[in-house]
Design a protein around this ligand. Structure first.
Ligand code: ZN
Length: 244
């Protein structure tokens, strides 16, 4: 499961890994908290509602390219995640975790990734709390009726990179503890980004950043169900137990 803030985040930070793990037989899910209605690039949309509808379709097209099993866009306001009720947003995400029951959850770090976007930071905080709380029967107990049971996800990863952008506010990135070789899935990642046609003015810049980064995606292991020392990893599913 991958938790993001805006349509197109799924491609940039996570796209290669989403497609790679799909091809290894993993069922994947992306939950995007906002429909991206505050974007600078409007794709000809007359208002926020039109842009949201357009970006939901673009997100679905990107998920198709990345072979995401379940792609969901929630309806929180773009650019305003820091003003939302933490307990409510985490409640929503906790329910998704308890329903989808992932082995691995990935999201941004609280740094907000290389752009330092506030919404990315908040997606991280909400997803981190949902990761920790979904497994406890004393968190959102009202959800625990019928078929919904607590679910302890085994690992939490934050996406990271090994560079910072010049002329931006400073970001302090989490160190990479997992390097995933995405190989030719780099092309799927770029194609998924280009499914976001409303963001076409950003394509060239993003493509150059992505190609500069090479055929790898980096993550920071932020939590693990098994306590102990951290090891450098090349597989997000290393040490995952199927039967939990
Ligand atoms: Zn974003």
């Amino acid at each position: 499961m991958c938790v993001t803030a805006h349509p197109d985040d799924e491609a940039g930070g996570f796209g290669g890994s989403l497609r790679l793990y799909h091809d290894r037989g993993v069922e994947t899910c992306v939950i995007c908290l906002t429909p991206g209605q505050a974007a600078t690039h409007r794709g000809g949309a007359a208002n926020d509602q039109e842009l949201a509808a357009l970006r939901r379709k673009e997100f679905a097209a990107a998920c198709e390219i990345l072979k995401v099993s379940r792609g969901i866009v929630l309806d929180y306001p773009d650019g305003q995640l820091h003003r939302q009720d933490l307990y409510k947003v985490v409640c929503d995400l906790t329910l998704h975790v308890r329903q989808f029951r992932p082995h691995v959850l990935m999201t941004f770090g609280p740094d907000g990734s290389v752009t330092g976007h506030t919404d990315h930071s908040m997606a991280s905080i909400f997803a981190t709390m949902a990761f920790h709380w979904a497994g406890r029967n004393n968190r959102y107990p009202d959800q625990l009726t019928g078929k919904i049971a607590p679910h302890q996800t085994q690992k939490l990863y934050y996406s990271t990179v090994n560079f910072t952008l010049p002329d931006r506010q400073p970001v302090t990135l989490p160190p990479a503890t997992a390097i995933i070789e995405i190989g030719d899935y780099l092309e799927a990642k770029i194609a998924a980004f280009k499914a976001h046609a409303s963001q076409a003015p950003l394509w060239a810049l993003i493509e150059s950043h992505v190609r500069q980064r090479g055929r790898k995606e980096m993550f920071h292991l932020a939590a693990r169900v098994t306590p102990g020392l951290i090891e450098q990893e090349t597989d997000l599913f290393a040490g995952i137990k199927e039967d939990i």
